[in-house]
Write a protein that binds this ligand. Structure first.
Ligand SMILES: Nc1ncnc2c1ncn2[C@@H]1O[C@H](COP(=O)(O)OP(=O)(O)OP(=O)(O)O)[C@@H](O)[C@H]1O
Ligand SMILES: [Mg+2]
Length: 348
């Protein structure tokens, strides 16, 4: 009864709790938050110093008593208290902006395919204690497919690959359900690590995470580029201990990234191998869609297409597909009820 009254005044929201970025969609408004999933804390007092964009800026530059924490690892909550605080901060931020009197929203939140019951409960509990009135859990990959406008409810096979920061999720979807899937611990973070390792081995240069990510985004590719690309990569010389900069080009970065790219392709192939033939036929005809930030790696669509002989398309704004999918579900209660994962809360 009270829920009904409260409901009228609060904005329902959809959340993608990503390893790299938390995105929040508010009904009737769109995406209002897209910020790094980072919190910096004072370890002496337990006090939060910064959350989101502000906290990410501090990464790698903090004094010893301040800890930058990433509460989401591979799409799963690794630090419950910090994750809850981060969620609460984002939810409060939305409500401050929209002057809502009674900020108790209904929340749709995406979870990975390979989550355990305990981890699932952690997401639900964190959302509830961050202020949700009701929580709907859905598979992130399903939300991503909806956000990319795949006809998930049709009796045809659709294949989607979401390359995020911590994980790559590969799923074949038909009739509103995931038929076959694979989760890989190889995605954007691993690609950045490949660059760090390459710099160490080839240039004796120690490169930080942020520099490696910048190099990946600015000159990274999976296939040969028409125009050569290069960038100055700064770090610390491992022999002299002093700062040094080297110029690295797209051919070198491609070599560094090739291992991760191959692992993603192998993951897709092994998912196809266990997919029923009727659905495979649909997939060969209709193609594959890529979502997640990693889909923006230059030429990743081409190399996957060459390796699998399936047409590949990158979704529009691939990084926000999951959260836009939750946004569409806020408008479609029937579909939401159909695909929502049963609550871990006991029946009240
Ligand atoms: N142009 C680009 N080329 C390659 N990678 C990119 C590009 N832009 C962003 N990325 C990478 O995309 C990743 C972030 O994507 P996204 O926001 O989809 O991840 P996430 O949802 O937070 O993570 P996960 O789904 O694994 O929990 C980061 O690793 C980032 O470096
Ligand atoms: Mg993601």
């Amino acid at each position: 009864m009270f829920n009904k009254i409260f409901g009228k005044f609060s904005k329902d929201i959809g959340i993608d709790l990503g390893t790299a970025n938390t995105k929040v969609f508010v009904k009737d408004k769109g995406i209002v938050i897209n910020e790094p999933s980072v919190v910096s804390l004072n370890t002496k007092t337990g006090q939060i110093i910064a959350i989101g964009e502000d906290a990410k800026k501090m990464l790698g530059k903090l004094p010893p008593h301040i800890l930058a924490s990433k509460p989401i690892v591979n799409g799963i909550i690794s630090d419950f208290e910090v994750a809850e605080k981060m969620l609460k901060y984002f939810i409060d931020k939305i409500h401050q902006d929209s002057f809502t009197l009674l900020p108790r929203p209904r929340i749709i939140i995406g979870i990975p395919l390979d989550i355990t019951e305990v981890e699932r409960k952690a997401v639900e509990d964190a959302s509830l204690s961050a202020g949700a009135r009701e929580v709907f859990l859905i598979e992130k990959i399903m939300a991503s497919a909806i956000g990319a406008r795949l006809p998930i409810a049709d009796p045809v096979g659709n294949i989607i690959v979401d390359i995020g920061e911590g994980t790559t999720e590969i799923a074949v979807i038909a009739l509103s359900g995931v038929v076959t899937w694979r989760t890989l611990r190889v995605a954007g973070e691993e690609m950045s690590k490949n660059i760090i390792q390459y710099a160490r081995e080839v240039f004796n240069l120690l490169v930080g995470d942020k520099m490696a990510e910048e190099v990946k985004i600015r000159v990274g590719s999976a296939v040969e580029q028409k125009e050569p690309l290069s960038i100055d990569m700064r770090g610390r010389d491992l022999i002299t201990g002093l700062p040094r900069s080297v110029t690295i080009n797209d051919v070198q970065i491609r070599e560094a990234l090739s291992r991760s790219v191959k692992q993603i392709i192998d993951g897709i192939k092994s998912t196809l191998e266990v997919t029923p033939p009727e659905l495979l036929a649909d997939i060969f005809e209709r193609g594959m869609i890529l979502t997640g930030g990693g889909a923006m790696l230059r030429g990743i669509d081409q190399i996957i297409s060459r390796a699998t002989e399936i047409p590949v398309r990158i979704a529009d704004d691939p990084m926000t597909c999951v959260v836009r999918g939750t946004g569409l579900l806020l408008e479609d209660m029937q579909l939401l009820k159909e695909i929502a994962i049963p609550s871990t809360q006991e029946e009240k």
